[in-house]
Ligand binder design. Sequence first.
Ligand code: 5AD
Ligand code: SF4
Length: 449
Amino acid sequence: MTSKRVYIETYGCQMNVADSEIVGGILNERGFVITPTPDDADVLLVNTCAIRDNAEVRIYGRLGLFSTYKKSHPGVVVGVLGCMAERIRKDLLEEDVVDLVVGPDEYRTLPALIGRAMGGEKGIAVRLSRVENYGDIVPLRTDGVCAWISVMRGCDKFCSFCVVPFTRGRERSRTLESVVEEVTNLSVRGFREVTLLGQNVNSYHDGRNDFAELMRAVARVDRSMRVRFTTSHPQDMSDRLIEAIASEENLCPSIHLPVQSGSDRILALMERTYTVDHYRRLVEKVRQAIPGAGLSTDIISGFPSETEAEHRMTVDLVRELRFDGAYTFKYSPREKTKAWELPDDVPEEEKGRRVWEVTELQHTISLELNAALVGSTARILVEGPSRKSKHDFTGRTAGNKTVVFPRRDEQPGDELDVRIERATSATLLGVRAADPIRPASPSIKESAA
Ligand code: 5AD
Ligand code: SF4
């Protein structure tokens, strides 16, 4: 029998990107081949996101296209994975096009369910687990420069707007040893950067080690490898973690710290468990301990009952704290969450205006911060071709700024000093200032180990 070909399409956060690699690892182990395009695939899997309604609308659109595809390719199996699978479950299975619905903690059942679906039997596996962390699965990654590693799953925070605790279940952490082993293997394979992932990494605990200890242990694996992490909750960000980032040279000075709102009343309604002042002091502490730290945030506009004055407080906080970047969202009511019970009373148009105002202000600030770097030299890790031109390469600074430069003979994985000549709000543009620093080849590293 020839191997069945599986195409996986991923939506949503980096957690989902990492999960798709875990799914790839599970399927590959059982003889399936993962293909990069849907053409000629026997199985189409969509790893979905349920965080806001518009994410789900997009995925329904995609399933519509898969439905057309299925008519011309009878026998193709279509599966919905991830957060939407958990949220909508049976309703999804009632869609003609969908053969499989598999939630984030049930990926080990996929080979068997796909086998049955090929025989015409629809399947669903959506139980959430208190222990599943896929620590023993080797994710299927193509060799590259940057890798995502999920170190914990789920979230116990229950922010009132957020569906994640319902779609991904309770918090659980992998052991420090299993993470260190994965990072060691990635280093041997030539990866140059790892990002440790979790919905709230600050509450990582494997029974013996907390997140600061995990970060230090990962940093020690290979000092030439950059280590990042995401995401932090302002309530749980510990001094020990800040000290670790300040003192370990290869822990990148870049922190994503979602504030969500600049109003204490709205933060309380969101059940974020901190005040604006706590957040402000935390930012001061980070900036004092880690000079030049890159800081980004998330903001939700138009949460139920948010007044114009409260929106202005968010705008003022963004102006005051001068983040390097911000992801801005219109509030989207999610079933099961506490905020679902509140009237969604900020009109859609008003939410749009507020989110636009915050986004525009942040663009101006990002541009000012980036423009101040023109004339300086930045050390970047080269990642590969830029999206816009094959003659340009792109990389990131330790503080997580994207830098684009004309390529000469640089390779992905090189470190390079670039002189910054121009800036936009999202990107620095520069030219090579010195010869690239090339890492020892993976095979040399392996034999030296
Ligand atoms: N509506 C709008 N934005 C949301 N987020 C999470 N849930 C919602 C929602 N219901 C945003 C938060 C979070 C980011 C990942 O997504 O800002 O930090
Ligand atoms: Fe959602 Fe809050 Fe958990 Fe983040 S910390 S995943 S916003 S519940």
